[in-house]
Design a protein around this ligand. Structure first.
Ligand SMILES: [Zn+2]
Length: 488
């Protein structure tokens, strides 16, 4: 368990936390802008203006270039970058994954990171890409764990040490790796080699990689989703328990003429209007931005503004307890993100264990809302509801309410619950009057189970005439189903 990380507030598996580093405290979730030690589109000293509290750079690039290495060893990393806040450094693992080899050992790069005063150092792990044969994923995982154990021995105090969780697209390997690394007690757990999944929009696989690794970790350990820099997926990743992100995307996209938004990316040449009010966008028209001499820098600035704006919104949503509403909204931006959302809700049993039992109002955002942890929690607790005597289940109060021993409200996606719970979370949910088919189905399943769990009670169900579902036939077999027309 990391004593450097304190959780302040939770929503779903997401949290607002405080990570203590040698150069100060960082509030998470946050994004670390990636600084290229050679070329800087935007100076590190300016990064705070965008909202950055911590930066990330590559110690291997510094190590390999004499001029940078000498300066870093003499004056320190913070002086080299001219930034006095926390700085994380990567180790060359990325270069290893691209070129197949690096000119440094694990021991050397760990030693170097310590000497230059890195706040969070990373060992030279092996980022195993998705879809490799299981035997390769397993053997590379062994090497990664060996190197991480060696690094843990070398770093005793001062620098925080990251323990990257690998395992390719094998969820059980990810979980096992996380479990073994937890034993070694790292300060931050990056989830590695997920960039290829994000580049090909494999959000469902990304969700599985995150959840399986999270399951192997202490829930209070800080997590870094390595290489995740597009704002449209922050809400989803934070809701699954990721705390740190890094963005090279702001600069890489800018170089390509790509303009980020919280729901996708535009090519600047295709933009007739700028749908943003950041300092860059209020000073330029789309045409001016496209034709500007410093287009790359201006785009990089805009991209950073929207990146931090989205993270602030994610944090506000955690404070308000409606992060899952934001996730459902964002995941409608792209069908592959929607697949990610559906996959996330397949893990609702896990999310339910992380999720605070009481939040603000549950907002129905679409059929996927029926799979939210709160709905699962209610289904799991139906056994606790004991109904005796006569009971009426209805959507709204009726004239005949007083004739029954028990009054229950029917509200999809939950089902039937005692009216006394109506003002209590999550039953105070804002829902649509005409539920989607799947959502009505979920509510009817729960209602049927509740009736079956209480065989001695006598149930009357007031059916709103316009609602249609095959499960009404099953319901009619165990309860007295009455059409509401003429009843209310
Ligand atoms: Zn802008």
């Amino acid at each position: 368990m990391s004593s450097n990380f304190e959780i302040i507030q939770k929503d779903a598996a997401g949290r607002i936390g405080r990570l203590t580093t040698p150069h100060g405290v960082v509030e998470t979730p946050t994004i670390m802008p990636v600084i290229n030690p050679n070329i800087q589109t935007i100076k590190p000293s300016e990064m705070r203006d965008f909202g950055a509290e911590i930066l990330i750079t590559n110690s291997y690039i510094i190590y390999r270039k004499d001029e940078l290495r000498e300066k870093a060893l003499k004056d320190g990393l913070h002086s080299l970058l001219d930034f006095d806040g926390p700085i994380m450094t990567d180790s060359g693992s990325f270069q290893l994954s691209v070129y197949g080899e690096v000119e440094v050992t694990n021991e050397q790069i760990i030693d170097f990171q310590q000497k230059i005063g890195t706040d969070i150092g990373v060992p030279l792990d092996i980022p195993t890409p998705p879809d490799v044969p299981r035997s390769r994923a397993e053997s590379e995982l062994e090497t990664t764990i060996e190197r991480l154990a060696q690094a843990r021995e070398l770093v005793k105090d001062g620098m925080l040490l990251a323990g990257p969780v690998q395992g390719s697209t094998y969820p059980d390997l990810r979980e096992r790796c996380a479990r073994e690394l937890s034993e070694l007690n790292f300060d931050v757990y990056p989830f590695g080699a997920v960039v290829p999944m994000m580049e090909s929009y494999r959000y469902a696989d990304l969700v599985d990689a995150i959840v399986s690794a999270k399951k192997g970790l202490d829930p209070t350990a800080p997590v870094h989703l390595f290489g995740a820099g597009h704002p449209m997926m922050f809400a989803l990743a934070v809701a699954l328990g990721c705390d740190l992100f890094d963005s090279a995307a702001y600069a890489l996209y800018a170089k390509d003429g790509r303009y980020m938004t919280s729901h996708g990316t535009y090519h600047i040449e295709n933009l007739h209007y700028l749908p943003c009010s950041c300092p860059v966008c209020v000073k330029h028209t789309a045409d001016e931005l496209n034709n500007a001499e410093d287009r790359v820098e201006l785009l990089a600035r805009h991209n950073l503004y929207v990146t931090f704006e989205e993270m602030r919104l994610v944090k506000q949503s955690i404070k308000e307890g409606n992060l899952l509403e934001l996730v459902e909204l964002r995941c409608r931006a792209h069908p592959r993100l929607l697949e990610g959302l559906k996959q996330a809700y397949k893990h609702s049993d896990w999310l339910e264990q992380c999720d605070p039992a009481s939040k603000s109002t549950f907002f129905y955002c679409g059929p996927e809302s029926a799979d939210r942890p709160e709905v699962l929690r209610f289904s799991n607790r139906l056994e606790r509801l004991t109904i005796k005597g006569t009971a009426i289940i209805r959507t709204n109060p009726t004239k005949r309410d007083s004739e029954y021993d028990n009054l229950l409200t029917f509200k999809p996606p939950f089902g039937a619950y005692p009216v006394e719970l109506g003002e209590v979370y999550p039953f105070n949910a804002e829902v649509v009057a005409t539920p989607d088919h799947e959502v009505l189905g979920r509510a009817l399943e729960n209602t049927i189970r509740l009736i079956e769990l209480n065989p001695d009670a006598e149930f009357t169900f007031i059916r709103k005439g316009e609602l249609e579902h095959p499960l009404f036939d099953k319901l009619a077999g165990i309860a007295n189903v009455v059409d509401n027309r003429g009843q209310e």
